[in-house]
Design a protein around this ligand. Structure first.
Ligand SMILES: [Zn+2]
Length: 354
């Protein structure tokens, strides 16, 4: 009996040492990140941040209409909002090659100043074109979540802000991006101090309210993150993550019950987007996609929503175009370690945290 107890004790000690080694390895190599994120999410208040009870109030009467342009930038995102009172806002500007197209699109609408620019998260299909836009216009305020990426696209974005003397305000829950008579655009995610294992989860989520109507721009945040941000009824949903199944589910569509949805994607993208699951979750929603319809313009007058698109069509699943071996679209510098220090220094300086 004593022999057995001794054996059991030895086994327990070896087991505990192995477990400790596994935990240290997982934390050190980053394998524990999704688990830490899960714990963090559990620990957070399980109720959504924005509910029907605490939606930020819209004050005043709308002058004219608000027009939202979901600009066709191929595989990527670029959303331009005209508030009708002369002010405007840009959310992302596609990949670097599409930056000039975004500039000409905004100039053709007659703007020389962009009051608010939001870089939703540091992935090149969102921020790639922002550097040239920031250099081309008189810019009011630049916003971005507190997340960095050691890529050339992110460096170009920071460098454009530094060269033009722009500081960057931290986009997170509780910040109002734009506000005027009859409308407001609020950042409803990420929460302060949120932990990200994946940069898509750092996505700044925008709730735009125009009179009684609501538009949600969740960038590439996941279904769970969007669900934790809000459970209110949304009239117009910009479908998350270019129609990826990670950002839209039947559960989320039921919860937000959007009447109109727009997917920003490029036909033949190597990720197979949008997915058939997302299209079927949105089967009873009036659906548009930049791949199928070109640039889509949504007009809001405070109570109604009207949509015009460059061409007719309905988004089709990109399943056939999926390539497992598709190269990473991000471009990294030759010497990542010194570059990382450089990026962090620039980031801290521009965000005012240095
Ligand atoms: Zn994206």
């Amino acid at each position: 009996m004593a022999e057995l107890l001794k054996k059991l004790k030895r086994f327990l000690i070896i087991f505990l040492i192995a477990l400790a080694a596994l935990v240290i390895w997982a934390v050190y190599t980053g394998h524990a990140a999704p688990f830490i994120e899960w714990i963090h999410a559990l620990w957070q208040d399980s109720h959504p941040s924005i509910t029907e009870q605490n939606v930020p109030p819209v004050e005043g009467e709308l002058e004219g209409t608000v027009r939202i342009h979901f600009i066709d930038v191929g595989q990527g995102d670029a959303t331009f909002i005209e508030f009708g009172d002369g002010t405007c806002m840009l959310v992302d500007a596609g990949i670097a090659e599409r930056g000039p197209d975004v500039i000409s699109y905004i100039r053709a609408l007659g703007y020389e100043r962009i009051d608010c620019i939001l870089a939703t998260h540091p992935h090149q299909d969102h921020i790639g074109g922002l550097d040239v836009v920031i250099r081309a216009f008189d810019v009011g305020q630049v916003w971005a979540p507190d997340a960095t990426n050691t890529t050339l696209a992110y460096y170009d974005f920071l460098a454009a802000c530094e060269d033009t003397g722009e500081s960057i305000a931290t986009a997170r829950l509780g910040e109002t991006l734009m506000r005027g008579s009859g409308y407001r655009a609020d950042c409803i995610g990420p929460r302060k101090g949120a932990y990200f294992s994946d940069l898509n989860q750092a996505s700044a989520i925008v709730l735009l309210q125009v009179g009684e109507t609501r538009v949600l721009l969740p960038a590439d945040a996941s279904t769970e993150t969007i669900g934790r941000a809000t459970n209110i009824h949304i009239d117009v949903l910009k479908v998350g993550h270019h129609g990826s199944s990670t950002s839209t589910s039947s559960w989320l569509v039921e919860r937000l019950a959007p009447e109109v949805a727009i997917i920003s994607y490029g036909v033949g993208n190597p990720y197979g987007l949008p997915t058939s699951q997302v299209l079927s979750a949105l089967s009873s929603t009036e659906l548009y996609g930049t791949g199928a319809n070109g640039t889509v313009v949504v007009e809001l007058d405070g109570s109604t929503v009207s949509v015009t698109a460059e061409r007719e069509g309905r988004p089709k699943s990109g399943a056939g175009s999926y390539r497992e071996d598709s190269p990473s679209p991000e471009i990294y510098p030759d010497d990542p370690s010194t570059f990382q220090e450089f990026i962090e220094e620039l980031h801290d300086k521009l965000f005012g945290t240095g």
